[in-house]
Write a protein that binds this ligand. Structure first.
Ligand code: NAD
Ligand code: DAU
Length: 352
């Protein structure tokens, strides 16, 4: 029997590595190809436990290189694509938007073209799954939740690039009939997240007794989901999602940044054996992010109702597991925060 081949892009990154692990372990009958450029955010050490698996192959490639992507589709008969590779950090999109246009927009269109060309004779049993974000819906100011039908209203260069890629995926479905699904998820947290993002950044700063830079007044609201629950949702959408549909993914777990940071501080005090209140003293209010979206909140009823997905972890359990992971994997943290990271940190926070 021929194995099903699935191309996962961005599999060396935070969410991608959890998706690759889940698919490699759960589906020995599939062959999983992980395509990643290995930018600063891509780290093969996220996958050391499965790198020798017989149903896993890593491919180093840049999605912006159309010729390379096209030839990969000619060389391997991919049955499906799960597209996670992206530039993913909002602050970086503010200082360097063109990187986001290239990878998130041009890279996605290159991947769509390659899939279309390889599959056009027969789209049967093929699927292009595009993994996107709730940020495409903009910022909630007057209550309510993001539904799959909420009009797009991206506010940052990052979310504009993701919205653009979503539009291209739908346009290719409509125009060329390529089978697609899209999911839009809320903020993820958990092991292996690059420490430019709020939770791992603050865990690392607390460990090193460094200031915790809270943007503005810390009143912005995010809706947090444990990364393994996102990976489980991606598995369900890939296997059970309906062609052409969109699924919102989120944990109904809203926190203001400052309340979330206080939970991280309290848990870190316990884990590090510090006097209660020690970590909170590191909180430092800094200049707000430009155009900072006030609130994101996902209505995830569609995926729960139609595909039977639900989050498996309560936030209290998830955050404790997350902190434990970073504290027991300090070498991982020290390696990714060496080199270029120091320059990034000084450039972003030095003038705040
Ligand atoms: P990440 O930044 O941790 O990882 C991105 C990966 O993509 C890295 O391994 C990187 O090397 C790779 N990559 C970047 N540019 C590439 C290119 N040109 N060619 C090939 N590979 C390239 O990102 P993440 O947080 O894991 O997010 C993964 C996806 O999920 C993204 O599409 C993001 O928009 C989406 N998403 C993220 C979140 C979140 O909270 N992190 C929430 C919802 C959706
Ligand atoms: O909503 C999904 C999105 O969540 C994903 O699409 C993005 O890829 C992912 O990066 C994330 O975007 P955010 O901008 O919400 O995540 P970030 O961790 O950068 O910030 C979370 C909140 O914390 C946000 O309101 C900004 C604030 N913040 C962030 C940092 C890095 C701070 O106050 N201080 C900081 O130093």
């Amino acid at each position: 029997m021929t194995k099903k081949s699935i191309l996962i892009t961005g599999g060396a990154g935070f969410i991608g590595s959890h998706v690759v692990r889940l698919f490699v372990q759960k589906y020995p009958e599939y062959h999983i190809f992980n395509l990643d450029k290995l930018t600063y955010a891509g780290n093969l050490k996220n996958l050391t436990d499965i790198e020798q698996a017989p149903n896993y192959t890593f491919i180093k490639a840049d999605l912006v290189d159309a010729v390379a992507i096209e030839s990969l589709f000619q060389k391997h008969q991919f049955d499906g694509v799960i597209h996670l590779a992206a530039e993913s950090h909002v602050d970086r999109s503010i200082s360097n938007p063109m990187d986001f246009v290239m990878t998130n927009v041009v890279g996605t269109v290159n991947l769509l073209n390659a899939a279309k060309n390889a599959w056009k004779a027969d789209f049967n049993n093929k699927l292009f799954y595009h993994v996107s974000t709730d940020e495409v819906y903009g910022s909630l100011h007057d209550g309510g939740f993001f539904l799959e039908t909420t009009p797009y209203d991206p506010q940052s260069p990052y979310s504009a690039s993701k919205a653009s890629s979503d539009h291209f995926v739908r346009a290719y479905h409509n125009t060329y009939k390529i089978p697609v699904v899209i999911s839009n998820c809320s903020n993820n947290y958990g092991p292996n997240q690059f420490p430019e993002k709020l939770i791992p950044l603050f865990i690392n700063n607390i460990r090193n007794n460094k200031p915790l830079p809270v943007y503005g007044k810390g009143e912005n609201v995010r809706d947090w989901l444990y990364v393994v629950d996102h990976a489980r949702a991606i598995d369900m959408v890939y296997h059970k999602g309906k062609n052409g549909e969109t699924y919102n993914i989120g944990g109904f777990n809203e926190w203001t940044n400052i309340d979330l940071i206080k939970v991280v501080c309290k848990t870190m005090d316990v884990k590090l054996g510090r006097t209660p209140g020690t970590s909170e003293q590191l909180i430092t209010y800094v200049t707000d992010r430009a155009g900072h979206d006030l609130r994101y909140a996902i209505d995830a009823h569609k995926i729960m109702r139609e595909l039977g997905w639900e989050p498996s972890l309560q936030f209290e359990e998830g955050i404790e597991k997350t902190i434990d992971w970073y504290l027991t994997n300090q070498q991982w943290m020290d390696e990714v925060t060496s080199g270029d990271y120091a320059n990034y940190y000084d450039n972003l926070y030095g003038n705040r």
